[in-house]
Design a protein around this ligand. Structure first.
Ligand SMILES: Nc1nc2c(ncn2[C@@H]2O[C@H](COP(=O)(O)OP(=O)(O)OP(=O)(O)O)[C@@H](O)[C@H]2O)c(=O)[nH]1
Ligand SMILES: [Mg+2]
Length: 336
C-alpha cells in the first residue's frame, strides 16, 4: 500500500505545468524517466491528465551524423522562431548512446547558448538510458508534457546512427537530415531507410566560402529526389543549403516547414500521420503492459522459468516447450 505522502500532488503538477512552470515540467519529465513502478504510475496518471492539453505544437525531428551541426542549427532556428515569431521552443533529444558518450548530445550547452538563456526555450537532454525503446518512450511522453506547458515548436535532435532516427520519425510531424557540405552528393551517405522518412535535406555548414559547392550538391539531391516515387504525404523532399554559424538559410528552412504544414494540413495527411503514430504508441504500450503482466504473474513466471530451464538442459525441444507454455496459459486463464 502506497502512503499518501509518497504521492505527487497531481492537481498541483497539472496546474503548474499548464501555466508553463518549467521547474514542474522538469520534475515531471524526471518522474517519467524513473524506473520505479510507483513513479511510472504517478507519471502515467499525470500524463493522462495533461494529454487533453497537448497536441497543438509542431514536432520537428533533426538527424545527421555526429558533428553535422544539429545542436547549432537548433540554436539558430530556435532563436529565430522566438525572436521573429514569438514562439516557445522546446528541445528534446533521442540518443540511446548518450550514456556511453557521457551524455554529450546536449550536455554541451555552449552549442545552444542563446536558447539555454531564453525564457521562451526549454532544453532537456536525452534520458541517460542505453536502450532505445526506453529513450524513445520517454521522449515521446516529454513531447506531450512540453505541449501542455505551452511550447509551440518541439525540436527533437537525434544522432544519425542506428535506429534512433526511425524512432524519432515515429513521433514527429516533419523530419530533416543534415549533411555537411562536401560530404558527397549521392544517397550513399544517407541510408536508404532514412531517405524514405525525410522531408528535408539540409546541406549544412554552407558558409560563404562553401556556398557554391553546397548549392550544387543540393541541386544534385533535388534531381535525385524528383526520381523517387511519390510519398504518402505527397510531399517531395526538399534539398537546401544552410549555415548555422553564419545564420544563412534559416528563414528559408522555416518557410519550407511552413509550406509542408500547409500542404499536409490541407490534404489531411498531417492528422492522419498523428493518428497512425498514436496507434503505434498504443501498440508499444500494449506490448509493455502484457510483458509486465506476464513477468509479474507468479505462477506463470515460475512456469516459464521452469520451461526455459528444460530447454536449456535439452530436456524439451523448442516445439514441445511452446506446447507446454500453451497448456500453462490455458490452465491459468481458462476460468478468468
Ligand atoms: N563552419 C561551420 N561550422 C558549424 C556550423 N554549424 C555547426 N558547426 C560546427 O560543427 C561542430 C559540431 O556542431 P554541433 O552542433 O555540436 O553538431 P551536432 O550534430 O549537434 O553534434 P552531436 O550532437 O555530437 O552529434 C561545432 O564545432 C560547430 O561549431 C556551420 O554552419 N558552419
Ligand atoms: Mg548535438
Amino acid at each position: 500500500m502506497v502512503k499518501r505522502s509518497q504521492d505527487i500532488d497531481l492537481k498541483i503538477f497539472k496546474e503548474e505545468i499548464c501555466k508553463g512552470n518549467t521547474s514542474f515540467l522538469s520534475q515531471a519529465i524526471t518522474l517519467g524517466e524513473s524506473t520505479l513502478a510507483l513513479h511510472r504510475k504517478q507519471f502515467r496518471d499525470l500524463l493522462t491528465e495533461l494529454i487533453p492539453h497537448s497536441g497543438s505544437s509542431i514536432r520537428i525531428g533533426i538527424t545527421g551524423t555526429p558533428g553535422a551541426g544539429k545542436s547549432t542549427l537548433i540554436e539558430s532556428l530556435g532563436t529565430y522562431l522566438i525572436e521573429k515569431y514569438h514562439k516557445k521552443v522546446a528541445v528534446l533529444a533521442v540518443d540511446p548512446s548518450s550514456e556511453l558518450n557521457h551524455g554529450s548530445i546536449l550536455g554541451d550547452k555552449t552549442r545552444m547558448e542563446l536558447l539555454s538563456r531564453s525564457e521562451d526555450a526549454f532544453i532537456r537532454p536525452s534520458p541517460s538510458k542505453s536502450n532505445l525503446g526506453g529513450v524513445t518512450q520517454n521522449t515521446r511522453e516529454s513531447v506531450y508534457l512540453c505541449e501542455a506547458a505551452g511550447y509551440d515548436i518541439i525540436l527533437i535532435e537525434t544522432v544519425g546512427v542506428g535506429q534512433s532516427e526511425i524512432a524519432v520519425h515515429s513521433m514527429v510531424d516533419f523530419f530533416m537530415i543534415l549533411q555537411i557540405v562536401g560530404g558527397g552528393d549521392d544517397l550513399q551517405a544517407i541510408k536508404r531507410g532514412v531517405y524514405e522518412h525525410i522531408d528535408l535535406l539540409v546541406i549544412h555548414k554552407a558558409d560563404e566560402d562553401k556556398v557554391n559547392q553546397a548549392r550544387s550538391e543540393a541541386a544534385n539531391f533535388k534531381k535525385m529526389f524528383a526520381l523517387f516515387p511519390a510519398k504518402q504525404s505527397q510531399w517531395n523532399p526538399v534539398a537546401m543549403t544552410c549555415s548555422s554559424k553564419e545564420n544563412t538559410g534559416i528563414s528559408e528552412l522555416w518557410q519550407t516547414i511552413v509550406k509542408y504544414l500547409e500542404q499536409t494540413q490541407n490534404s489531411g495527411y498531417f492528422q492522419k500521420k498523428r493518428t497512425l503514430q498514436n496507434i503505434a504508441w498504443y501498440s508499444e504500450l500494449q506490448q509493455e503492459q502484457l510483458k509486465r503482466f506476464l513477468e509479474e504473474h507468479p505462477k506463470l513466471n515460475d512456469g516459464i522459468l521452469q520451461i526455459n530451464q528444460e530447454v536449456e538442459d535439452e530436456i524439451l525441444t523448442p516445439l514441445r516447450a511452446s506446447k507446454r507454455l500453451e497448456k500453462l496459459l490455458t490452465s491459468l486463464f481458462s476460468n478468468t
